[in-house]
Design a protein around this ligand. Structure first.
Ligand code: ADP
Ligand code: MG
Length: 259
């Protein structure tokens, strides 16, 4: 049984200008799927649809074979957590307060967090190596730390699926690799299924189990890195000549522009 599945998913903001067209894919438990594709190819829109923020125009989405639209907001938040591309936090919350917000799907209206909520928040801080930040204000930590805190907030939701929109875009190489290794750890130890978007083809190649290539809202490729990352397809999608170095890591080609 697929943990997450879409079938012929289509969406447009304006009539006649499709942003996603008949997108079909599935994810298994504890699988890491990278969504790649040029700017404007529909990656962020896909994440917003999968997280229930936008309603699909046509097609189906199911979580463990149950239609996504049948989940109430709180129940959906217990299945899927999102790490958005930009998180605007306008108030100087502490890191612990931010992470506790992830417990909202488990609380009744106006109900205060209890012992278990605090426990889960602490555990999420521990998993993301943020324990020492707990008392700090969110606007007094670095970009890399903030990204881990937002991940901790998502993990406090105890999700089975994690959606991340360009999670490593603003991180230096050290923090990029550290963040990806953290995701791998969540996948293997906590059995969370992870979908992330990225512009870094090599990061996708090295870390993902499956890669979905979006091109103008359509699926241009889907499979493991060794299958889908071929130079002709990528050169067409990105409209530059790309070369592949195939044998650095088995079935995980390295991609370079031809200059
Ligand atoms: P990506 O994340 O792959 O760069 P997006 O999903 O953000 O692509 O955007 C896909 C297309 O949808 C783009 O053409 C973009 O201009 C359009 N789009 C995105 N958000 C909106 C919006 N809120 N209203 C109208 N068009 C939008
Ligand atoms: Mg985007």
């Amino acid at each position: 049984m697929k943990i997450l599945e879409t079938e012929n998913l289509s969406f447009s903001f304006q009539p006649g200008k499709p942003v996603l067209q008949k997108v079909s894919f599935g994810m298994d438990d504890a699988q890491m799927l990278a969504v790649i594709g040029p700017n404007g190819s529909g990656k962020s829109t896909l994440i917003r649809i999968l997280s229930g923020v936008l309603k699909p125009e046509a097609g189906k989405i199911s979580i463990q074979q149950k239609p996504l639209l049948e989940f109430g907001k709180k129940n959906l938040a217990r299945k899927i957590a999102v790490v958005p591309q930009q998180t605007q936090i306008t108030f100087s919350y502490t890191v612990l307060e931010i992470v506790l917000m992830g417990r909202a799907p488990y609380l009744k209206r106006f109900q205060l967090e209890g012992k278990r909520d605090l426990e889960m928040a602490r555990r999420a801080l521990e998993l993301t190596d943020c324990e020492e930040l707990a008392g700090r204000s969110i606007d007094e930590i670095s970009g890399g730390e903030k990204q881990r805190v937002i991940l901790a907030r998502a993990l406090a939701q105890e999700p089975e699926i994690l959606l991340l929109d360009e999670p490593t875009a603003h991180l230096d190489l050290h923090h990029q690799i550290g963040f990806m290794q953290l995701l791998i750890q969540l996948k293997t130890e906590s059995k969370i299924s992870i979908l992330f978007t990225t512009h870094d083809l090599n990061l996708a190649s090295i870390f993902a189990d499956q890669i979905l290539i979006l091109d103008q809202g359509k699926v241009a490729g889907l499979g493991n890195p060794g299958q889908v990352l071929n130079p002709e397809l990528l050169s067409r999608v990105y409209q530059i000549k790309l070369k592949l170095i195939p044998n650095l890591y088995p079935n995980r080609p390295y991609i370079l522009p031809e200059i």
